[in-house]
Design a protein around this ligand. Sequence first.
Ligand code: MEV
Length: 442
Amino acid sequence: MNHQPVEGFSKLSKQRKIDWLISEYLSNDRSYEQILQQYWNNDSNLQKMHDEFSENTISNFYMPYGIAPNFLIDGKLLALPMAVEESSVVAAASKAAKFWIDKGGFKTTIINTEKLGHTHFIFKTEAHKLLHFFNFKLKKKLLGATEDITKNMRNRGGGILNIKLIDKTSELEDYFQLKASFDTVDSMGANFINSCLEQFGKTLKEEVANEESFSQEEKDSLQIVMNILSNYTPDCIVRAEVSCKIEDLKDDSGISNEEFAWKFKRAVTIAEIEPYRATTHNKGIMNGVDAVVIATGNDFRATEACAHAYAARNGKYSSLTHCTTDNGIFRFWIDLPISVGVVGGLTNLHPLVKFSLALLGKPSAQELMSILAVSGLAQNFGALRSLVTTGIQKGHMKMHLFNILNQFGATEEEKQHFVTYFKDKTVSHHEVISELEKLRNK
Ligand code: MEV
């Protein structure tokens, strides 16, 4: 069936939007309406707030919200909130947290907190002339013109840290940048940074127009291409690490501590040198990071983009975690570039985000960076520990068992049967189905 484009969809009421979708795409089957409605919230204010987070909303999309307890981070015992749909992520985090709790827990260091943004522009001029103009006039004007925008941030201890002129003409004809660094304190700072950058674009245009050292032809060539923050923040970075004597590295899979340590280290080395493995390895890290990013109302697309850009910073995609086993000490760490906030955005609005932040003891943005890096490191520890010992499917499929059983409408009694049945066996999709058939045919 050919569908017709719709005019003014955003202006339709929620009910009219649903009516239109059901008639246009769902063969007028009204049972679909119930699926949408069962996720509406009875509290109309809460529903309205969720509707207003986005546009054209017709329902809410739930994610499981779980807790990984027993995280000892810099001496504080925390329970991490994790919003994630993938089974075994929360279980793996909890298991890793418990493993490290009696070995000193996780230690973190904030390496830097600089955020970046650029005014990208085209200017047909000589680079040295532009640099002179930037150093002796423009930079001061840019800072002056943004004083109103930066006032509150400066009062909170942040603001613009520096502005540099970058000559990119060797890569693209006449292309320059104003590259600015910012301290946005406890906010992620996207709106603040973009507002400053848009003002830079305007001021650059005005100041070039008034500048006597540029010819009219040069002035006419200036084009502000765009003003936008960069989600790549290699100088907003946190390190999280765990370490212990190899003799204390007891694993329950039956292999010796030494064997576990070297097998684990070798798995990290493979992720360091092999991009195919590094991608999956880092994906596992982001399982842990994103779940807490989402639960605390931050932007997981930004944290994903940044982590992967950083993983490729040396020209080859590589592991975000590293491991050494020198002098009888097992050391495992992550350097994670991550820009997050604990004020602004969803943080003041979404009730579950408020809950998450309260649960974490109302952390500063830096403390949240530490928690996120730990969550990623713990997840990676859990995944590698399984991969180099029992294999991933044992734990993974155990957690997935209920998903399979739910698909087949298993009763509570049947589920109990399967928990006992798979107690000492690796779950497989095939075996669940054949055992379920046998059980039901009895
Ligand atoms: C699955 O979501 C994540 C893992 O594949 C990570 C890894 O292989 O390291 C288990």
